[in-house]
Design a protein around this ligand. Structure first.
Ligand code: SF4
Length: 359
């Protein structure tokens, strides 16, 4: 066919239309709806959040939301199931894309953790071991912890969680992120020979009896592929290219990277650093998920905010403004997130311990 020129579809136009429609829908729902958006969400989705933050702050928000009956959570699955566990029975939590999971969370499953716990019990009294599960985990693992007097930790509160644990036991079993556990233990001053790595694929975690009985912190061999990409060489390169630049990384990075950086902290800490602590003209190179860094650089053009390297979390990237719009337009029929009640009961204990311990 000749002659008719179709104007190309502009992604930005779609994005703007979606955001406008999302705002209309939110206005229609008023106080009965709240949208929570993690800092790693895409720019447009983040802009639609009534509350934005890291997983700890969003979970707190879900627990404290008074008026909203509908909670739409733009994040990955472990955050959404935690919010569904913490909210009231009359509230309903929705996930715009149920396929958004977390590969790190998948690195520990309940049969493995149960087996490991039993194996540990052959060497030490597990009544004196406090299980600590990172927020980035399935709900059944949080339930496992709650049932055994344990706690959930996030990158915002890990230090306080260690205090809490050592008031109640003599040893921590930390899963599934080796690096957050190791960086927290280092900061806490645990001697290196008392921090051991448990490989769930090996008998007794691949550890000797002496290593287990001597340990203070037992770390699960799991990691985040987004954060373990960063290296000390990248930090050196950023400093060479931008004299005076500060480097800030997430504690899911390897310990050498954390040691080489100027600061390390949760996504909430990084957000606060760029927004409130930097001044016009300041420079920072950040080791965390690239969408967050991109957003901060767009929102603060008067300061240099760059990634150490572009490292994208494909799962956080799954939710688009189109998905959020679709969810809000069809909320009445959207499948709510309703975890197993038995799992929720014990998981809530571990999550409540987290909220109580960190204040
Ligand atoms: S950034 Fe890492 S820990 Fe966070 S959701 Fe993505 S894979 Fe999981």
């Amino acid at each position: 066919m000749a002659g008719v020129m179709q104007s190309p579809i502009r992604v930005e136009d779609d994005e703007a239309r979606n955001i406008e429609r999302i705002r209309e829908l939110k206005a229609e729902y008023g106080d009965s709806l709240i949208v929570l958006a993690h800092h790693y969400q895409r720019l447009g989705v983040h802009a639609c959040g009534d509350i934005t933050g890291d997983s700890y702050h969003l979970c707190k928000a879900a627990a404290n939301t008074e008026k909203a009956r509908h909670i739409v959570f733009c994040g990955v699955r472990f955050m959404v199931t935690s919010a569904a566990t913490l909210c009231r029975p009359d509230q309903v939590v929705y996930h715009p894309d149920r396929n958004a999971g977390c590969p790190m969370a998948d690195m520990a499953n309940l049969p493995q953790v149960r087996t490991s716990w039993l194996e540990l019990g052959e060497f030490v009294n597990t009544a004196r071991v406090v299980p600590v599960v990172y927020m980035n985990s399935d709900l059944d693992l949080k339930s496992f912890c709650g049932e055994r007097g344990g706690i959930v930790c996030t990158s915002s509160n890990a230090g306080k969680v260690f205090d809490w644990c050592f008031e109640r036991g003599e040893r921590i079993f930390f899963f599934p992120d080796e690096h957050l556990g190791r960086n927290t233990a280092n900061k806490y001053g645990i001697p290196r020979d008392q921090i051991v790595l448990w490989d769930p694929r090996l008998p007794n975690g691949g550890l000797s009896a002496q290593q287990i009985t001597h340990s203070k912190v037992i770390l699960w061999k799991g990691y985040c592929h987004v954060h373990t990409r960063f290296s000390v060489e990248m930090i050196e390169k950023a400093r060479a290219e931008h004299p005076g630049i500060k480097v800030i990384v997430h504690p899911e990075c390897i310990e050498q990277v954390v040691a080489a950086a100027d600061y390390s902290g949760s996504t909430g800490f990084i957000q606060d650093y760029v927004v409130n602590r930097m001044r016009p003209g300041d420079k920072v190179a950040i080791g965390t998920e690239v969408n967050m860094i991109h957003r901060l650089s767009v929102q603060h053009p008067d300061r240099l905010v760059i990634p150490l390297v572009r490292s994208l979390c494909p799962n956080m990237f799954k939710i688009s403004t189109g998905d959020l719009r679709d969810c809000l337009e069809n909320l009445e029929t959207w499948e709510p997130v309703r975890p197993d009640p038995a799992e929720m009961r014990h998981a809530k204990v571990a999550l409540d311990n987290m909220l109580a311990c960190a204040g």
